[in-house]
Design a protein around this ligand. Sequence first.
Ligand SMILES: [Zn+2]
Length: 296
Amino acid sequence: MDLIEVMKRFPDQDACILHLENVRWNGEAECPHCGSKDVYKRIHETETGRIGRWNCQECKATFKVTAGTVFHGTKIALQKWFLAISLMLNAKKSLSSHQLARDLKLNQKTAWSMMHKIRAEMATKGNVLLEGIIEADETYIGGKPRKRNKKEDREPIKRGRGTNKDAIIGLVQRGGKVVAKLTDNLTGRAILDFIKKHVKMNESELMTDEFRSYQRVGKEMKHRVINHQEQYVDGDVHTNTIEGFWSLLKRAWYGQHHHYKTAYTPLYVAEACYKYNYRDNDNVFDKFISESMILT
Ligand SMILES: [Zn+2]
């Protein structure tokens, strides 16, 4: 959904609140503290900005539809949140907090904090299960750029050692979803655990390069290896899909976020995965809003 649509559908705070209430409660509001449905909405107190507040008859608490969600306790207009979500989802590369701050007339720190909350929400949707042809690979981002030298290229098992970059491991189902995470452990055991968690191993075939850690996985599922010293594609044996995802992630990273601390890397990875996984979903904005109202 683009900005014009967001503004049309949600012209003011009331419209946003009403939408969130419909999505969260579907007409039957519930106290988030005690679960009682014996609740009523207080009349608008727009002068104080305290609209959308509810009272619980049971436990006497007051609450809002945003309680416990990504919008919890915010003082920013919900329309700005909705616009921020839309802008982030539509940004092909990624969006800087400076850009968002300019677009929505926020200060940069506020924009930055909103974006991280939105990314954290995206990160909760990373528990995907893949099947079919799966490509696995790792990449490195952050830290100081470091060129791989020829010697390292000849010795792929040394990959990752001696680098001060963050290692990311990823799995992608061809024509499907991706899952990726920051890791400091690229041993065969750790990679196997990651694959077990996210892949239906009996129904899948794994494609990797010749990195030694994947040999461990090869004992437990169908596994084909492309030897990158010789060629990059051998029929359907290649890792081009996951490499395409890495280039998206890196463009976002080096275009916008490279000067931030690597502590936030998992959130940027989560954003890239989320956008990749819902790239063909025209209603990803509504999906994001609805899912952010489901509290587990
Ligand atoms: Zn209650």
